[in-house]
Design a protein around this ligand. Structure first.
Ligand code: AMP
Length: 593
């Protein structure tokens, strides 16, 4: 049964939260606002003579290193930020990774430190994670590779202090580090900060997200008062604005509005479903949208069994798997394009590169093997600038993968419920009314049919003395057919499934800065509680624990659950089923040295 186009768009909360998250910075006292639209890093690399960096007045060593890297033209954020930073202005930038923001602050800072002979560091860059610290330090190193005696040192947790201490003892221009380790070095006196004249906060929202606000403020308070401040953040929540207001002095303000990538046109959803209810759940989803659908499953065998089941339910379905010869596959895709088939059940390999504008919904019936597979699957919809929807089926054991997927794609996947009888029946009713209305006689342009229908009506009235309403009721009855119109199978399993996992949907909050509250909201059965032998008496705080865990293991800050700190121990909820290697690392972690 065809349903009304897009009538069931399964929520637009995520789009809303995206917009809110990236709302423009609103400073009344700022007059130097720049808004720039940018595709995520859309600049050409090449080796011809053109050099868009010449106008900034960089010295030859920097120009040489840029040439070595193959950078021809500055990215939009570099164009906007470099001149401001060269003038020594404070800067507030809203930009994501991938826009070239690192070079935007690194290049002018390197330029200003050319020929610096002093021992102590002049620039401090703070990042939320050790990965970013290494990445930013590597960028500084490569942009200064042609400058003589320019030194960048990275300091972050999870590694030995000795190398860092000895590097800090020698001449250093730039220090890049994570808040916890920076604090440790400042306290121990191994990082001399008295000559710091520029502080960069990179991915500031992530730092707050990880609970580093107090640490950041402590560090800022230790640094010399007279310094240039640069703050980059992908989003601008009020906490970041407050920091900017408090510490930045008449900053130049740059907002990079990233043009949406194709995947951002796709609204991504997931639903919890136990394995034995998957087919039922699929059929229920297809009640709401069943034209231009592609369903991804893991095996060829499943493609055929699911297609058969759907066909039995009255859908027009075809299969796309590796056993089907190429020409037949092409034929299937062609039929899908033309609308002779509405639903395709496919394996990943067979659907590679499939480009059909008509696809409105991608169902990840089986969880994808990796991020790339997921991105490829959902990219089958949202083609040619159209919007699309992707639904991911998640079972109890896959919850953990879901979180990893969200982290690695840096996307929030919104939870939806399996459609209940009530919802499906409402939709069926809506559709019936719509169909009857659409085929109303007045709209029928076929004169022959019109005459025939009038003839039938006259007959019914004369022969059987039926009035208009009797005739109308009988006609509708005919359309409905013998089968029961409403779904009335037991759907209590759906409610159970949905309620079980209700806690997780607390994540719908738009607020990304949700440290402690967020930690309490996660569903308990996806966590295990670990006990650590440090607590309040050791001066430990939540941020210390998060940074130590993140820096010593591959656990992502967002996947850490509730943290409770007692006098001499702490309890931390961590994802269930951690790898043994990770558990061993956890046994050895140190907090605040
Ligand atoms: P970022 O946003 O700083 O993480 O940079 C993303 C990527 O863009 C990095 O791989 C940089 O090496 C690269 N990149 C930065 N600026 C340019 C440029 N002007 N031309 C080409 N590539 C660049």
């Amino acid at each position: 049964m065809a349903l009304k186009k897009d009538s069931n768009s399964l929520g637009s909360e995520w789009e809303k939260s995206q917009n809110e998250d990236s709302s423009p910075i609103d400073f009344n006292n700022l007059d130097n606002k720049k808004e720039i639209e940018s595709q995520l890093l859309e600049v050409s690399k090449g080796d011809d003579n053109e050099n868009g960096f010449l106008d900034f007045g960089f010295n030859q060593s920097i120009l040489n290193s840029l040439k070595n890297k193959g950078y021809k033209n500055p990215t939009p954020i570099q164009k906007a930020a470099i001149p401001e930073l060269m003038l020594g202005r404070d800067l507030l930038g809203q930009a994501q990774t991938g826009t070239g923001k690192t070079a935007a602050f690194a290049l002018p800072l390197i330029e200003k430190l050319t020929d610096n002979k002093e021992l102590n560091a002049k620039v401090l860059v703070m990042t939320p994670t050790r990965e970013l610290a290494t990445q930013v330090a590597d960028s500084f190193k490569s942009y200064s590779s042609e400058s003589s005696n320019f030194k960048t040192v990275a300091i972050y947790g999870g590694t030995d202090y000795r190398n860092q201490i000895s590097a800090l003892k020698r001449k250093v221009d730039v220090v890049v580090g994570t808040p916890g380790r920076i604090m440790d070095h400042i306290r121990q006196g191994t990082f001399k900060i008295k000559d710091i004249n520029c502080l960069v906060l990179d991915e500031a929202d992530e730092m707050l997200n990880m609970g580093f606000l107090e640490d950041i403020e402590w560090i800022i308070d230790q640094l010399p008062e007279n310094k240039q401040m640069v703050l980059f953040s992908a989003t601008m929540p009020s906490e970041i604005r407050n920091i900017a207001k408090k510490y930045l002095n008449d900053p130049a303000e740059i907002l990079i509005k990233s043009v949406k990538k194709e995947t951002q046109l796709i609204s991504q959803k997931f639903l919890y479903v136990q394995r034995h209810h998957k087919l039922d759940a699929l059929k229920r989803i297809l009640e709401l949208k069943n034209e231009g659908v592609i369903i991804f499953v893991r095996t060829k065998l499943l493609t055929t069994s699911i297609a058969e089941a759907l066909e039995n339910s009255g859908h027009s379905v075809a299969v796309l798997n590796g056993d089907i010869p190429q020409n037949q596959r092409e034929n299937t895709v062609d039929r899908l394009k033309k609308g002779f088939i509405d639903i395709l059940v496919a394996t990943d390999v067979a659907a590679r590169g499939l480009d059909v504008e008509r696809i409105k919904l991608v169902v990840n019936y089986d969880f994808p093997f990796d991020k790339e597979t997921y991105t490829h699957r959902i990219g089958r919809t949202g083609r040619a600038g159209r919007s699309g929807e992707a639904i991911l089926f998640v079972n109890q054991r896959e919850k953990h993968f879901l979180r990893n997927l969200e982290n690695s794609t840096r996307t929030k996947i919104e939870e939806i419920n399996i459609p209940s009888n009530k919802l499906i029946n409402e939709k069926r009713m809506e559709k019936l009314i719509e169909n009857v209305n659409e085929s109303s006689l007045a709209k029928d342009e076929n004169e022959e049919n019109k005459a025939l229908i009038i003839d039938v009506l006259d007959n019914l009235k004369e022969k059987y003395s039926m009035d208009d309403s009797n005739i109308a009721m009988s006609a509708i009855n005919l359309v409905i057919g013998n089968k029961s119109f409403f779904v009335n199978e037991d759907d209590s399993w759906i409610h159970k499934q949905n309620n079980n996992d209700r806690n997780r949907s607390n994540r719908n909050s738009n607020n990304r800065l949700r440290n402690s509250n967020r930690r309490n909201n996660y569903q308990n059965d996806s966590f295990e509680t670990y006990k650590f032998n440090f607590g309040k008496f050791d001066g430990v705080r939540v941020a210390n624990i998060i940074s130590s865990i993140c820096n010593s293991t591959n656990i992502n800050g967002r996947s850490i659950g509730k943290i409770q700190i007692f006098n001499d121990y702490s309890l931390v909820d961590l994802p269930r089923d951690l790898h043994t290697e990770t558990k061993n690392k956890l046994k050895k972690i140190k907090v605040r040295n």
